[in-house]
Ligand binder design. Structure first.
Ligand code: 6PG
Length: 237
């Protein structure tokens, strides 16, 4: 695990974008799972503005680690957020965008998406392998859409699961821990003071830290990089 601490969200976005540009260089095809939420907005803006012209987007296939079960036009949609902040600014072919159909029946879509991953990606012991999974972490220690109150979803047989947001009850489709931990590389984008308590618990392995799904991210490749800002590390010893 590599911890890269930067002064603020902007620098996290800049440094992650440079890392992403390096990761895709020299590869003929890249399969990446995007995260949702608010941090990716600035990351995608920087990626598009600083690297829009010097990444060959034709070779990059975009998936999502999770999606809210809402139409793709809804402001809650991770797909819509990605269109607004990235796809609307770069020449990515439509065929390279593999969105989770938030408007579909969640259980059926979880099955469809798992099947899509199994067809499109190499598999390691039957588990689809992304080149890169980008993750965020919620203030409660969730990642993708695996929440503490449903932590049993982390290790299900199904590679995609239907999760429920603990506060809103919103349904979500999410990849599970097996897919996350099979990725060649995982990049955590964690910013803001609201994360500081859980970052401390997870990185310092304080009592009960295993209750937070983000603590279970431990790719078999060993390659997980935390791109984290000072506010989120404020409580570390
Ligand atoms: C989502 C995400 C979720 C997100 C975290 C952190 O769909 O909301 O995938 O796991 O990454 O909640 O979100 P922020 O970047 O907004 O803190």
């Amino acid at each position: 695990m590599e911890l890269k601490i930067y002064k603020d969200k902007q620098e996290v976005a800049e440094r992650f974008s440079a890392y992403f540009s390096e990761l895709v260089k020299g590869k003929t095809e890249v399969h990446v799972a995007l995260s949702g939420g608010s941090t990716p907005k600035i990351v995608f803006d920087v990626l598009a503005s600083d690297y829009g012209d010097n990444i060959d987007w034709n070779k990059i296939h975009f998936y999502w680690g999770d999606e809210r079960c809402v139409p793709p036009t809804d402001d809650q949609s991770n797909y819509k957020m990605t269109v607004d902040h990235l796809f609307s600014k770069i020449p990515v072919p439509e065929r390279n965008i593999h969105r989770i159909l938030g408007e579909a029946d969640p259980i059926g879509e979880a099955m469809r998406y798992a099947n899509l991953l199994e067809i499109n990606l190499d598999r390691i012991e039957g588990v689809p392998q992304f080149d890169l999974v980008i993750l965020g972490m919620g203030d409660d220690g969730h990642t993708a859409s695996i929440f503490p109150h449903e932590i049993e979803l982390w290790n299900t047989q199904d590679h995609c699961v239907v999760a429920t947001h603990p506060d809103s009850g919103q349904k979500r489709v999410s990849i599970n821990g097996k897919v996350i931990n099979t990725a060649k590389e995982v990049a955590f984008l964690v910013t803001g003071a609201g994360k500081a308590e859980k970052v401390k618990a997870i990185l310092e392995k304080t009592e009960g830290f295993e209750a937070y799904p983000a603590s279970l991210v431990n790719p078999r490749s060993g390659k997980v990089v935390w791109f984290i800002d000072a506010a989120a590390t404020a409580k570390l010893d």
